[in-house]
Write a protein that binds this ligand. Structure first.
Ligand SMILES: C[S@@+](CC[C@H](N)C(=O)[O-])C[C@H]1O[C@@H](n2cnc3c(N)ncnc32)[C@H](O)[C@@H]1O
Length: 269
């Protein structure tokens, strides 16, 4: 649990934030009572929510290792990155592709506050944190922390893990992702995950209702809708599959248990 007195001003801890709820499910320490309360409500609707958070983080690691290994990518743009924690993009790239440039984007000020503390404790390195909104992709790409840190003439690994469901259809999520994909050169790859009603419609309905009670948007989408995000890029094997089934290190007992679709695709030259 974070000590409220240690927080910079301007951070509202009385309203649940997805970044902090996610931190709670992952067993982290950057969360408050409002986050834990809504987090527990989600857990009642979907007892496997911690599994989902953990499996998304694991997928993130596998996707980065694929990008760094097979594709030789050394620049990563993680949008909706969440609070710094073990298993996140900076820590995975440090092992899989040391010396990489990493930009972590999130619109939640709690992420920036925590990231600042981490950067002050360990300055240097190739990671920058940027506060920007996925719903405004042109602005996000032009942000000096993004445009000044990444070379858009060289392949970029774009990570959109467990974030697109927080965009309503009115936010035009497909056009948003298309704008990001258009900005990247051939050889770039995108990894994304998305919760879906395709696995257990009732459980997903309950989680959407729990989210709405917490004034949070959560839009599950079908496999076909998730596939559309890849915009014609070449889907790597095994395609869009349940998150636990995307190149697992160990064969999962029930790969559909995490209710998320996942995939990685490459922009061809
Ligand atoms: C469920 S967490 C996922 C964290 C991380 N991607 C992972 O899978 O381990 C979603 C993150 O997206 C952030 N987020 C939500 N809406 C956003 C937006 N419009 N722009 C940027 N970040 C956003 C939240 O603050 C939160 O940190």
């Amino acid at each position: 649990m974070t000590d409220q007195k240690a927080l910079p001003t301007g951070i509202d801890t009385s309203v649940a934030h997805s970044a902090r709820m996610y931190d709670y499910w992952l067993g982290g320490s950057n969360n408050f009572e409002a986050d834990r309360e809504l987090g527990r409500a989600f857990e009642l609707a979907i007892p496997g929510i911690r599994t989902m958070a953990r499996e998304n983080r694991r997928f993130l690691g596998r996707a980065i290792r694929q990008m760094a290994g097979e594709a030789g990518i050394r620049q990563f743009l993680d949008i909706g990155a969440g609070v710094p924690a073990p298993g996140d993009t900076p820590s995975v790239t440090e092992l899989a592709a040391p010396g990489s440039r990493v930009v972590c984007v999130d619109n939640d000020p709690i992420v920036q506050a925590h990231a600042r503390a981490v950067m002050e404790a360990a300055p240097g390195g190739g990671t920058v944190y940027v506060q920007a909104d996925l719903r405004r992709p042109e602005e996000l790409l032009a942000h000096p922390g993004v445009a000044g840190h990444l070379d858009f003439d060289r392949p970029v690994g774009l990570l959109l893990v467990a974030v697109l469901m927080l965009l309503k259809d009115q936010d035009r999520p497909w056009a948003t992702v298309a704008a990001l994909l258009d900005a990247l050169p051939p050889g770039s790859e995108v990894a994304l995950t998305h919760p879906s009603q395709d696995f257990d419609p009732r459980a997903m309905r309950e989680v959407v209702e729990a989210a709405a009670r917490g004034q949070m948007t959560l839009v599950p989408r079908t496999r076909a809708q998730v596939e559309e995000f890849f915009g014609g890029w070449e889907l790597l094997e095994p395609g869009v599959v349940p998150v636990m089934a995307w190149r697992p290190e160990e064969e999962p007992t029930d790969p559909r248990a995490a209710y998320y679709w996942a995939g990685v695709a490459r922009k061809k030259g």
